[in-house]
Design a protein around this ligand. Structure first.
Ligand SMILES: *[C@@H]1O[C@H](CO)[C@@H](O)[C@H](O)[C@H]1NC(C)=O
Ligand SMILES: *[C@@H]1O[C@H](CO)[C@@H](O)[C@H](O)[C@H]1NC(C)=O
Ligand SMILES: *[C@@H]1O[C@H](CO)[C@@H](O)[C@H](O)[C@H]1NC(C)=O
Ligand SMILES: *[C@@H]1O[C@H](CO)[C@@H](O)[C@H](O)[C@H]1NC(C)=O
Ligand SMILES: *[C@@H]1O[C@H](CO)[C@@H](O)[C@H](O)[C@H]1NC(C)=O
Ligand SMILES: *[C@@H]1O[C@H](CO)[C@@H](O)[C@H](O)[C@H]1NC(C)=O
Length: 420
């Protein structure tokens, strides 16, 4: 009786799949043969992992319990386990960091709504996307309503309200390309500061937000026919890097925003004049696409950059600034690692049209094949996907949790480089 009952909907489902089958399946004419094996084929040899037992701040990481568990099945330690969670900022650092995240949510909300208003279903279809794809963008806009409300409530009544924006796209393809960058910035911004928040409960809610944004970013890559996730680790950036990248799109904000400007620095603008073009008519939207790399190590990358002092952002409330000396290196922020390449042909010129755009430089895209010494990412170099590049005066060693040490060395940027 029961199985008969189940058969009917299944049959209907099968039928609807047949109806939905596309008439022609997209096939690229340049199919590099897909590697069908993992580059780390062999199981990890546990006897050949030579890490010592680390001892940090007195804790010996050797698998033993060092304290009596306070409750059954509850190891000693951990933070905030015995107190009611506070989903609100607990410091100025928290407030300013949550605020920049809120600005990001408002940006994304407006961006998706604007695109839905500007582009019809036919526009989406002409770009190779479907009704369901357009619905997915609409769903993303709704997600942004949830994200913005969430952070707004954490911040309270002085929180930033939505602003007006200018969007640099005219077509659906350009919208997709731009949204891939905007969601990348949002994702990397939260990843960069979440570790340092005083309010861990707020951090948790943000984490639950940013994992959604990361999925959005991946969807935009898939819409563009790019390999969906060409890295092993998503990178973080500092708040000032995030603000530098976002502020140029904000035109004007309500008074309450301007009453409490964000503390973050806006670095002078950096522009990559020969960014690889990720739009290629031979590759359409797909879950995953094999296509030739957009760039490779050794490629000459050309920059133009601004001098500080430019009024920018909402109602020209912010002024670009730098604390660094002369530009000497390009800092490539990708995955867990900042890699430096020397700048060549640094040139200061007379302003030409734009009084702030005075510098030019080139560098060579690095080839970084190892994530850790001995752990190769062969075929998937660390510089892949959308990476952040800034011009700096010194090649300081930084790791994900102390990336802010780089802020004082930034001459211009970051800019987004579409390496793959
Ligand atoms: C994929 O696997 C097949 C059979 O296992 C093998 O013949 C072929 O060379 C592999 N292709 C690549 C790119 O590894
Ligand atoms: C241990 O791993 C390294 C790096 O993968 C390798 O070069 C070396 O041959 C291995 N040693 C043994 C004893 O397996
Ligand atoms: C990228 O390539 C596409 C397809 O060839 C072209 O339509 C588009 O104008 C290019 N975009 C840029 C910024 O060069
Ligand atoms: C980026 O990753 C993709 C997918 O693994 C790979 O095909 C491509 O060659 C990589 N790009 C670069 C620049 O290495
Ligand atoms: C990034 O990683 C590569 C490979 O391990 C290493 O050679 C390089 O020194 C690292 N760069 C920095 C700044 O940590
Ligand atoms: C950042 O942290 C690393 C340890 O992970 C340390 O070696 C490095 O010196 C720090 N960088 C700066 C600029 O303080």
């Amino acid at each position: 009786m029961r199985s008969k009952f189940n058969l009917i909907p299944l049959a209907l489902l099968a039928l609807s799949f047949i109806n939905a089958a596309p008439m022609s399946v997209f096939r690229s004419d340049v199919p590099p043969e897909a590697p069908n094996r993992s580059i780390h084929e062999k199981p990890i040899d546990a006897n050949n992992i030579t890490a010592p037992y680390p001892e940090n701040k007195g804790y010996v990481s050797n698998g033993e319990l060092h304290e009596e568990p306070p409750k059954p099945h509850t190891p000693a330690g951990g933070l905030g386990l015995d107190e009611p969670p506070v989903y609100h900022p607990l410091s100025d650092f928290d407030y300013q960091s949550l605020s920049i995240a809120l600005y990001t949510e408002w940006i994304e909300l407006d961006l998706f709504r604007y695109a839905l208003e500007k582009f019809s279903l036919k526009d989406f279809e002409d770009a190779g996307l479907s009704k369901a794809d357009r619905e997915l963008v609409a769903y993303m806009a709704d997600q942004e309503v949830g994200h913005a409300t969430n952070i707004y409530n954490m911040l309270g009544p002085a929180a930033a309200k939505p602003c007006t924006y200018k969007w640099p796209f005219e077509t659906v393809k350009e919208f997709v390309r731009f949204s891939k960058l905007v969601t990348r910035i949002g994702e990397a911004g939260v990843i960069g500061f979440i570790e340092h928040l005083n309010s861990r409960p707020s951090a948790q809610l943000l984490l639950q937000t940013v994992t959604t944004e990361a999925r959005q970013q991946m969807v935009f890559r898939q819409f563009e026919g790019l390999f969906p996730m060409p890295v092993w680790f998503q990178t973080g950036i500092t708040q000032s890097m995030q603000w530098t990248l976002q502020v140029p799109y904000i035109v004007s904000c309500p008074e309450i925003n301007n009453k409490h400007p964000l503390i973050w620095q806006v670095f002078p603008g950096l522009f990559i004049t020969n960014n690889p073009n990720s739009t290629d008519p031979r590759f359409g939207p797909a879950i995953s696409t094999d296509r030739p790399p957009l760039s490779e190590g050794g490629r000459v990358v050309e920059f133009e950059f601004e001098k500080p002092g430019k009024k920018i952002g909402p109602d020209d409330q912010y002024t670009t600034s730098t604390n660094a000396g002369q530009p000497k290196f390009a800092a490539w922020i990708s995955q867990l690692n900042v890699t430096y390449t020397p700048l060549d042909d640094v040139e200061w010129s007379e302003p030409n049209g734009d009084e702030f755009k005075v510098g030019k430089a080139t560098t060579k895209q690095p080839y970084v094949p190892e994530l850790y010494p001995g752990l190769t990412t062969e075929g998937h170099p660390i510089i892949n996907g959308t990476v952040f590049v800034a011009l700096v005066d010194e090649d300081v060693f930084v790791t994900p949790a102390n990336l802010t040490e780089l802020n004082q060395h930034i001459v211009a940027g970051p800019a987004l480089y579409q390496s793959g």
